[in-house]
Ligand binder design. Sequence first.
Ligand code: SAM
Ligand code: DTB
Ligand code: SF4
Length: 348
Amino acid sequence: MTDTAASPPAFSTPRHDWTLAEVEALFDRPFMDLVFQAAAVHRAHFDPSEVQLSQLLSVKTGGCAENCGYCSQSAHFKTGLKAEKLMATDEVVARARAARDGGAQRFCMGAAWRELKDRDLPKLAEMIGEVKALGLETCATLGMLTADQAKALKAAGLDYYNHNLDTGPDYYAAVVTTRTYQERLDTLAHVRDAGMSTCCGGIVGMGETRRDRAGLLHQLATLPAHPDSLPINGLVPVSGTPLGDKVLSAKEENGGKPIDSIEFVRTIAVARLVCPRSMVRLSAGREGMSRELQALCFLAGANSIFVGGKLLTTPLPGMDEDSKLFQDLDLRPMGAVRAETAAVIAAE
Ligand code: SAM
Ligand code: DTB
Ligand code: SF4
């Protein structure tokens, strides 16, 4: 007998003193026990039939100064992506309204920047304020922030800031060299200090080891506050990027997938166990995942996804496909702000 049914309470209280060895030991648990335990912890904190829907929009695409080895938007790689200017506020608001009316609860604005420049702040603040006025939760991912910029974004109505650690500290140098791990931790501290919620996770399937995946989750679980949202992205292999090309040229391994699907589920389950109250987001990589694999991820504790047919520059399943999946799995969107609700908010 393994300690499955008896263990959940021990995991239910968030801890910040995880050791790397403990996180690695969770990865090594028998798969069925791990998923069972993660599902129990999920149920201790959330309604397991609810999944949060977020929609992304790339408000400034391409031409980024950073060299993140997975990214379609880096100016260091030839990916064929056309760089664009910062989008007009009206266009962003129209897209946010459509996302809300489609059932999204949160709208996340992404920019291909190394860091936010003060000159762009007024326009971003206006955008965030108008999206918030639609009744949506607001999220942005704009690169590194200073403490003052974080405060200004909070004042503009920003609820969440996404800034990922991407991988464990030992593998980090193989992924990006133009931004340090510490710089990422510093931006996260500014976001927390400004009173915003944090969205922070990483990518799996970049050639890292299980120890590196444990290293990422160990970092997240030992932050001063666990991330409010914890996105687990499966690498979307983009042709022209060093990490994407590696996967694309080794197609026979894992059936052309960047990571074995059972290992992916393990990563979701361990994230749920070490950060029991976080919204664990099954993020990039859903396109091409089977319905059964997604169901297993929800069972293992994922309770948030991106929807709407597109992430920032790469595809996602369409709304029809996701609605059918939700119907078949008896899942429902968490707290969606549909048109009727928003009309009430606007009239207040
Ligand atoms: N430029 C900002 C930054 O990196 O801080 C924000 C945008 S960036 C695209 C947001 C996150 O998306 C990255 O940190 C990375 O974790 C994830 N991401 C980007 N490209 C990806 C890919 N090809 N596959 C999986 N995740 C990806
Ligand atoms: C996150 O962790 N994943 C999202 C969101 N936060 C910003 C972005 C995924 C991007 C995937 C590649 C693309 O579409 O360009
Ligand atoms: Fe730039 Fe963000 Fe892409 Fe890195 S992940 S290259 S910072 S857009």
